[in-house]
Design a protein around this ligand. Structure first.
Ligand code: AKB
Length: 321
């Protein structure tokens, strides 16, 4: 996208205060300018820097969304408001309501008001116990058994439907667990892989709620943000998947990440709790993901391996905490 085209874009991000939204919004502000990225969430963030635009918005309030769309006339919507897997199991009805009706509100308003381009994230949670666990392909048996995974799979079918039926240019990736140091995640099954770094710096030890050999797909935030923007910039004609692209980064277990941390912090200690409900969710998910379609269609390529990610996390957290 050239600079003139980029400057014409205006983005409304819904659910911008979470782990991914806060970093994606920062990258989009650099790309499009602060005045062209409107962030919104159910509560204001701790700080709103000069020149940034924030609006309080509940994604279940359809008329509230309409008012913001009419006020700012965005060309793109990023819908990140969702309840994640672990919290979803505590509040299944609320998770379904937020994840499905929030999406439907945005899709219906986009059709009505002619906003074509939308980003909506799916998740590796769309896979289930009968999906292949290793190198999980784009297309396979999908039988998610968490309410979050069920809502994301239903969402994938909806976004493809709205693309086919109404011509919306909705783009999506199935995020694995995202690792970041600026904002801590909340309510997910993969959160241990972020908390372990914070606690390594704060306490020198960590009790993992997942067992030592639970392998899950993860991705470093820098790669996740870059990949998301690359997908949104890709020519529409190159996209063959209108549900959601598999996206892979690094797969590792709590034991492997602890070993990598010990190379930098030799006194770091890890222990494991038992009977955590998040273990069953993790056991139903893939261990590794095949993302050939994303590589082929829009040039996706992750850059951080476990070593590079661990070094970057620990050096940033040492300065931050
Ligand atoms: C979660 O653990 O619920 C999320 C996800 C993989 O979508 N991080």
């Amino acid at each position: 996208m050239n600079i003139i085209a980029a400057m014409k874009e205006c983005i409304l991000m819904i659910g911008a205060n979470g782990q991914i939204g806060s970093e994606l919004a920062a990258a989009l502000r650099v790309k499009f300018g602060k005045a062209n990225v409107i962030t919104s969430d159910i509560r204001p963030p701790k700080e709103i820097a000069e020149g940034e635009i924030f609006e309080t918005l509940n994604v279940l309030d359809k008329e509230g969304i309409r008012a913001l769309l009419e006020k700012y006339k965005p060309t793109q919507i990023y819908l990140l408001a969702a309840m994640l897997s672990a919290t979803g199991e505590q509040y299944p009805q609320k998770a379904w309501d937020l994840n499905m009706n929030g999406l439907l509100n945005v899709l219906d308003l986009a059709v009505e008001l002619g906003i074509k381009k939308i980003f909506w994230p799916s998740s590796i949670a769309v896979f289930g116990p009968h999906s292949p666990k290793i190198d999980t392909p784009q297309y396979c048996v999908m039988d998610p058994n968490s309410i979050y995974g069920i809502s994301k799979l239903a969402g994938e079918r909806l976004v493809e439907y709205y693309h086919n039926r109404y011509g919306l240019d909705i783009r999506s990736v199935r995020y694995p667990g995202i690792i970041s140091w600026r904002t801590e995640p909340g309510g997910g099954t993969t959160d241990y892989a972020v908390h372990i770094f914070f606690e390594a710096i704060r306490q020198g030890k960590y009790t993992s709620f997942l067992s030592e050999n639970t392998e899950l797909p993860m991705l470093y935030m820098d790669d996740a943000v870059r990949g998301t923007i690359e997908l949104m910039d890709a020519p529409e004609s190159s996209l063959n998947i209108r549900s959601s692209y598999n996206l892979a980064g690094i797969s590792f277990t709590p034991k492997q990440i602890a070993e990598e941390i010990k190379k930098i912090l030799p006194n770091f200690e890890i222990s494991y709790s038992e009977n955590d409900p998040r273990q069953a969710i993790a056991d139903s998910w893939p261990k590794s993901i095949n993302d050939d379609e994303a590589r082929k269609d829009w040039g996706w390529k992750p850059t951080f391996d476990l070593k590079a990610m661990t070094e970057d996390m620990l050096s940033n957290l040492k300065s931050k905490l």
